[in-house]
Design a protein around this ligand. Structure first.
Ligand SMILES: [Zn+2]
Length: 280
């Protein structure tokens, strides 16, 4: 289509932030740091390459995901451990915080709860920022690698995509059938993954993760959480995924709990009345 005469003027209009977060009741990070010092480690799970594992974190506890052995990306799902219908809402988290998360930002839950499920309190990759390609770390723009898209694009049958890994792990943890567990798997936080959108065509890209063994990201559990983490078959996601080509390494999940008797207040459910404009 021919551009209108005022095309440049229209393009020159400055953007506005969709969701100013100045009014969000942001986390009290100094209080979280003091609280974190009271927590004690209660367990750990080593997530094997091209597989996933579940873990549980009590409200007021914490969990830390650490790179071990080699650069590796992880796909994280979290649910309210008492009601799996409340789960991480990647899209709204992206709308609130931006394309990538780091310290002080929160993982928000699905409607109607729409409340913080977890708050990031430490990120050893926070120095990375946004690189010259527009890439950054820990994204909420990708979904998770999955066998359906792989079959669509390559025609193959590959069974170690993060979607399948998370499905198997949730099935093992809960006793659900695979078909039932699959319905609970959702868009992830791409832990340690370095991604962005190309500047010229706006397409989703990935590049080698800057993560190195010893790097970690740590979260406070705002509510009782069931988590599942997949060690992506893409490894550091520098080239391929949805195949066994990439070098893959395990990821360590450590869980920390507050002392018995700790008074932890969970964030309230969202205050919208859910009438949707219908009286009565
Ligand atoms: Zn993956």
């Amino acid at each position: 289509m021919p551009a209108p005469k005022d095309a440049d003027a229209r393009r020159a209009i400055a953007p506005v932030i969709c969701y100013p977060v100045d009014t969000l009741p942001g986390p009290d990070m100094p209080a979280f740091a003091r609280h974190r010092a009271t927590l004690a480690k209660t367990g750990e799970t080593l997530v094997l390459p091209r597989d996933a594992s579940c873990f549980r974190v009590p409200a007021g506890g914490a969990f830390r995901i650490t790179s071990v052995e080699g650069p590796q990306v992880g796909d994280l799902n979290i649910w309210n451990a008492r009601d799996l219908s409340e789960r991480f809402y990647s899209g709204k988290t992206r709308a609130l915080h931006g394309t990538h998360l780091s310290t002080g930002e929160q993982m928000w839950s699905s409607f109607p709860a729409l409340r913080p499920m977890a708050t990031i309190i430490a990120d050893t990759l926070d120095w990375y920022g946004i690189d010259p390609f527009g890439g950054s770390v820990h994204d909420v723009i990708g979904t998770r690698c999955d066998p359906y898209t792989n079959t669509l694009l390559s025609g193959g049958q590959y069974h170690a995509c993060c979607h399948s890994n998370l499905t198997r792990a949730l099935g093992r943890e809960t006793g659900m059938t695979l078909a039932e567990a699959e319905t609970h798997v959702h868009d992830v936080l791409n832990v340690f993954m370095c991604t962005g959108f190309t500047r010229d065509t706006g397409r989703y890209f990935m590049k080698a993760s800057p993560v190195r063994p010893g790097d970690y990201i740590e979260f406070i559990a705002e509510i009782d959480l069931l988590g599942a983490l997949s060690a992506c078959p893409g490894g550091d996601c520098s080239a391929a995924h949805s195949s066994d080509e990439a070098a893959c390494y395990p990821l360590l999940v450590e869980v920390f709990a507050p002392p018995t008797g700790t008074d932890w207040v969970c964030p309230p459910m969202n205050g919208y009345d859910r009438s949707h404009g219908v009286a009565g």
